[in-house]
Design a protein around this ligand. Structure first.
Ligand SMILES: Cc1cc2nc3c(=O)[nH]c(=O)nc-3n(C[C@H](O)[C@H](O)[C@H](O)COP(=O)(O)OP(=O)(O)OC[C@H]3O[C@@H](n4cnc5c(N)ncnc54)[C@H](O)[C@@H]3O)c2cc1C
Length: 389
């Protein structure tokens, strides 16, 4: 079976690594970015304990490499911007191992290294054709030329949120906006930062989220509600607006928030702005000849930090299922639907009119904790291969 993978981000790299050496399977991966192009790209991210578990069970070498390049994500704390504490969860009460805090550049470097031998870089999918026996033939733009590498029995779209594979075979998905802006920033000179592990600070329905990542850096994400039209007012992209948004009324910001406000002011021009959106889950297209993984299949709201985490689960579990000749949708879709719904539920406190104090305290209750436990632990081990007679 000849499998072509479009995109070696999170899901695509892990799928390729999982399939390397599988009898009867040849893998070719195609990545738009040039080698090293994203070496310094992006910010930081947290991968949930469920991503760590999926890697430990399915690709232990990758698990070890990522652990070595990460800080443990052990706690989830929530406070108000004046420092009033609301929640302090020890993830090890709910998970089998900590999550990971890592830099994007490191994550991509470590995931792409093992599949470098089967990856063509600088290849952007531009069209999909069919060969005489009905196999799909991807067409890539490489500088000024269009290149083809023959027909594939299965084409895997792991090309992210704006998947060309999905658009070409199933049409552009309709995005649903959550009604909030999410911005992200990596503060690189952060030795004097007064906090370490994953913490959120609320000011009304606006929220800062931050944690240290390796290399003396701190990742900060700001979230705030948008108006009824869902558009981002230009005025919101200013230092004054953002400072006012996260400054407590009639009180001093706590030391952590004061530190972040100064860092935001200094590095304001580096902020990456986005509106939080989801697309409908779609696992396959072109009569089963296309399989979609990660954001291409299921881009979700960022609230529980599950976008890349689910891409990790997708990559390793799809690898195990394809190697055993099984059905990826059957193995993944119920789980992904649970995670998407839970992530939206957990976004309650970001919407105007909700009470972030009561909403956060509810997250310390048994119902939310039971769901978090399911989120962090319900990851299947590889099933033993059937013994051939
Ligand atoms: C700044 C930021 C911070 C985030 N923080 C978190 C977090 O803390 N935790 C978390 O779990 N999630 C986080 N997310 C979500 C996370 O980024 C995605 O859910 C995750 O990257 C999806 O993985 P993927 O493999 O589906 O796609 P990606 O990792 O986006 O990989 C897609 C790959 O396809 C390639 N590609 C795209 N188009 C083409 C084409 N036409 N031809 C060939 N190749 C192509 C791209 O270059 C890329 O390498 C964050 C997202 C952003 C933007």
């Amino acid at each position: 079976m000849r499998i072509g993978i479009i995109g070696t981000g999170v899901a695509g790299s892990l799928l390729a690594e999982s399939l390397l050496g599988t009898p009867g399977v040849t893998v070719a991966a195609f990545e738009r970015a040039q080698i090293g192009e994203q070496a310094e790209a992006g910010t930081g991210l947290n991968l949930g304990p469920n991503a760590a578990k999926a890697l430990r069970l399915h690709l232990p070498e990758r698990h070890a490499a990522l652990r070595a390049a990460s800080l443990d994500w052990r706690r989830w704390q929530v406070a108000l911007t004046d420092g009033t504490p609301l929640l302090d969860l020890d993830l090890l009460e709910l998970a089998e191992e900590p999550g990971l805090r890592i830099r994007w550049s490191e994550l991509y470097r470590l995931l792409r290294a093992p599949v470098a031998g089967c990856t063509q870089h600088g290849h952007a999918l531009e069209a999909i054709e069919e060969d005489a026996v009905g196999r799909l033939v991807p067409v890539f733009r490489v500088r000024h030329a269009l290149l083809r590498y023959g027909g594939f029995d299965l084409l895997v779209g792991a090309d992210g949120r704006y998947s060309q594979t999905r658009a070409l075979t199933a049409g552009e998905p309709e995005a649903s906006l959550l009604g909030v802006c999410v911005w992200r920033l990596l503060v690189t000179a952060a030795e004097d930062c007064p906090f370490d592990d994953y913490t959120q600070w609320f000011q009304g329905n606006a929220r800062l989220l931050a944690f240290r990542v390796p290399g003396g850096a701190v990742y900060i994400a700001g979230t705030f509600p948008l108006g009824a039209d869902g558009e981002m007012p230009e005025a919101a992209r200013s230092r004054d607006f953002q400072r006012a948004l996260f400054t407590p009324e009639g009180a001093e910001p706590c030391p952590a928030v004061a530190w972040m406000l100064a860092a935001i002011e200094r590095q304001f021009e580096e902020i990456h702005w986005a509106r939080s959106a989801t697309i409908p889950l779609l696992r396959s297209a072109a009569a089963g000849r296309v399989l979609l993984l990660g954001d291409a299949a299921q881009a979700m709201v960022p609230t529980l930090g599950q976008g890349a985490t689910q891409a990790v689960e997708d990559g390793v579990i799809a690898g195990a299922v394809l190697a055993a000749g099984g059905n990826v949708a059957a193995a993944r879709d119920a789980r992904v639907n649970f995670v998407r719904q839970f992530s939206e539920e957990a976004s309650d406190t970001l919407h105007p009119g909700t009470d972030p104090v009561a909403g956060t305290r509810a997250k310390d209750g048994p119902a939310f904790r039971a769901k978090l436990r399911r989120l962090y632990t319900d990851v299947p081990a590889p099933s033993p291969r059937p013994i051939e007679e």
